[in-house]
Design a protein around this ligand. Structure first.
Ligand SMILES: C[S@@+](CC[C@H](N)C(=O)[O-])C[C@H]1O[C@@H](n2cnc3c(N)ncnc32)[C@H](O)[C@@H]1O
Length: 355
């Protein structure tokens, strides 16, 4: 038996010895964000949508430096975003079923807008996390007019479209889960508040032909929603109405929904909004909030907790909330039979009935 030197003994991990692996994984997590973000930005998955290409062909197509090509492509394959066909010097790479579906620009299921937002805007804003943690102040680049940059976006249709497209990328899976799980049979009308491009309304409209649907948002976004609704041939089913929920009453309906809306407001506005939702729901109807609702122990839903930090860096006093908090605010507004139901990944819906 080989002798163990004292040096080796010192470095042999004991079972109870703490392991830094998880710390390092989280510390380098943004490497993966950046690799995926670059691949989407360079439209790699769109370029690969007609089948596989060799490394040399991708290099030419994307204008990659020869030093970078194999590291970039093999990292993507190792992360599970590409399939590699052979191990020769010039292997062929193909999309996985997921990247083919969700990261090819020409596929209607494209969610690259969300990846772009995370890779660029959210990444930059999170650079100020420590500042927000110590001051409670948002980190959105406030320009000389004092306007947060996301409000400025509403003046630039291209930028606004990219942003709302990005948000839709975050939400589409939740909307499909909502449309599949929720029983719409008792309702004739639905209003989706802060509905952005009308994705929730369009998904529900296709499955529930009996529902008359209204989607609301600020005027600039409503204009974009109208274009999408028309392009889908759903203009007879969905009315896109420009309505500021802070200034105007919410259009009434049997079912009122609000996805990623409550979480972007402070406590006072959350409570005021909850009352407005109650007033908008017809008697016997229901309000549904879709958010990354945090578990009551504030322990399990890491994405929900991080989403709340995201609200801190973006808006300062806005925050994500637990199921218990939702129930309290809903009951204060007059709702009854309030429940939380899991939807998809970190997202759940808060369901509140009006008698
Ligand atoms: C985070 S996005 C969520 C969009 C969509 N519901 C989803 O889940 O993907 C919030 C939406 O609320 C809209 N919004 C913000 N303030 C609003 C207001 N005062 N009145 C109406 N809509 C508003 C924004 O324009 C944006 O489309």
């Amino acid at each position: 038996m080989a002798e163990t030197t004292s040096d080796e003994r010192e470095h042999t991990p004991e079972e109870s010895e703490p392991d830094p692996e998880h710390i390092m994984q989280v510390a380098t997590g943004f490497w993966g964000t950046k690799v995926l973000g670059a691949a989407v930005d360079l439209e790699l998955f769109t370029v690969l949508s007609d089948g596989g290409l060799r490394a040399s062909e991708i290099e030419r197509e994307l204008g990659l430096h020869p030093r970078a090509t194999r590291d970039f492509l093999d990292t993507l394959a190792s992360l599970g975003f590409l399939e590699r066909d052979d191990d020769g010097n010039d292997p062929r790479y193909r999309n996985t079923p997921e990247t083919a579906a969700f990261l090819n620009k020409n596929d209607p299921r494209y969610i690259g807008g969300a990846i772009d937002i995370f890779n660029q805007q959210v990444y930059d804003v999170w650079g100020g996390l420590e500042e927000s943690l110590q001051t409670g102040e948002p980190q959105g680049v406030i320009d000389e007019t004092g306007e947060p940059f996301w409000e400025e976006m509403y003046d630039d249709p291209m930028e606004l479209e990219a942003f709302v497209e990005g948000m839709a990328g975050l939400s589409k899976g939740n909307f499909v889960a909502f449309a599949e799980q929720f029983d719409f049979s008792d309702y004739d009308s639905m209003t989706d508040v802060g509905g952005a491009l009308g994705d929730l309304s369009r998904i529900v409209a296709r499955r529930e032909p009996h529902l008359s649907i209204t989607t609301t948002d600020l005027p600039e976004v409503t204009e974009l929603a109208r274009e999408r609704i028309q392009a889908d041939g759903l203009e007879d089913r969905i009315d896109a109405v420009s309505s500021d929920y802070n200034e105007e009453p919410i259009p009434d309906a049997d079912l009122v929904t609000a996805s990623l809306v409550l979480h972007q407001e402070n406590l006072e506005t959350k409570k005021t909004l909850m009352q407005k939702f109650y007033d908008a729901v017809n008697p016997g109807g229901t309000f549904v909030a879709i958010d990354h609702i945090i578990d009551d122990d504030r322990q399990a839903n890491t994405m929900g907790l991080m989403m709340s930090l995201n609200m801190l860096v973006y808006y300062g006093d806005a925050f994500d909330y637990t199921g218990e908090q939702f129930m309290t605010w809903a009951e204060e507004a007059g709702f009854e039979d309030v429940q939380i139901q899991h939807l998809n990944g970190p997202a759940s819906m808060g369901i509140a009935h009006k008698h």
